[in-house]
Write a new protein. Structure first.
Length: 278
């Protein structure tokens, strides 16, 4: 019994080290993908839309490291532009959803009463439609338009931020520290900066990683079924559906966008790794 109790600190330290290793691995993966997305198009220097029919379905080689597609376009160049598009649009949508969602969630907990009930009813109304279906509806209104996907993703993700911020901020606002700040005459800006932001930052950071991964997968899914961005735009889902008919004769084609998508999601999941239960 005593030996087991003495082992608890050592187990906790090992668990913390494992979490730290996972998070460093996730950050490293995302950093590599981000560098590839930002610097790849300039370093490769090939137009992703340039067609060379004489080079159709070339295997990976010195000229084209990931080969070429059915139209002789460089898969590496298209993959770099697709990474920039998917990661950039997903991050912008997640951040755009986080700001109003968190502010409305804090407002609902702060004011309560009719304001909270109205905001909760609005969130439930949006939540009644599945997130991917909501994005699909906006994409159907303006096929192939970036703004339609952006609005649909932001609106579907905003509800999650609202719900999490509302629940997480309630015990903070009811705590003694916030009550003392109010009695001392500090305003809402001070309470938000000094008490709410430090309390909400960890859970919102985790939610930001999850929502960004969700947005990346949603963009790929919409492109794969042909209702998201349209050809010849380089996008992960579009590349998958273009390469799928050639998986037998050129399996390296479908492997490129699938591997990049897996790396993106894996990096974000490792970044929010939590300690295992003892």
């Amino acid at each position: 019994m005593n030996a087991n109790l003495m082992d608890i600190p050592a187990l906790a330290r090992r668990a913390s080290r494992r979490v730290a290793v996972r998070r460093r691995a996730g950050f490293a993966i995302l950093a590599l993908v981000a560098v590839f997305a930002l610097a790849g198009p300039f370093a490769i220097g090939i137009d992703p839309a340039r067609q060379t029919l004489a080079d159709t379905l070339m295997p990976p080689g010195a000229a084209h490291w990931l080969g070429t597609d059915l139209f002789g376009r460089s898969v590496l160049a298209r993959l770099a532009h697709a990474a920039r598009l998917s990661l950039g649009l997903a991050c912008v949508a997640a951040l755009s959803a986080a700001v109003p969602g968190v502010l409305l969630g804090v407002l609902a907990s702060w004011r309560g009463g009719r304001i909270e009930r109205a905001l909760v009813m609005l969130a439930d109304a949006v939540l009644s439609v599945p997130g991917l279906l909501l994005v699909l509806l906006f994409a159907a209104l303006a096929p192939g338009r970036y703004w339609a996907l952006y609005i649909g993703l932001s609106l579907s993700l905003c509800v999650e931020y609202f719900r999490v911020a509302r629940v997480a901020s309630r015990p903070v606002l009811a705590g003694d520290a916030v009550e003392a700040s109010r009695l001392l005459g500090f305003g809402a800006a001070y309470i938000l900066r000094r008490h709410l932001v430090p309390a909400l930052a960890p859970v919102l950071g985790t939610l930001l990683a999850f929502s960004t991964a969700q947005a990346v997968l949603a963009l790929a899914a919409l492109g794969f079924i042909g209702v998201g961005l349209q050809p010849p735009t380089p996008e992960l889902g579009l590349m998958m559906i273009e390469f799928l008919p050639h998986y037998e004769e050129a399996p390296w084609l479908i492997a490129a966008p699938v591997s990049l998508l897996m790396l993106l999601v894996l990096g974000m999941m490792l970044l929010v790794a939590e300690e295992d239960a003892p």
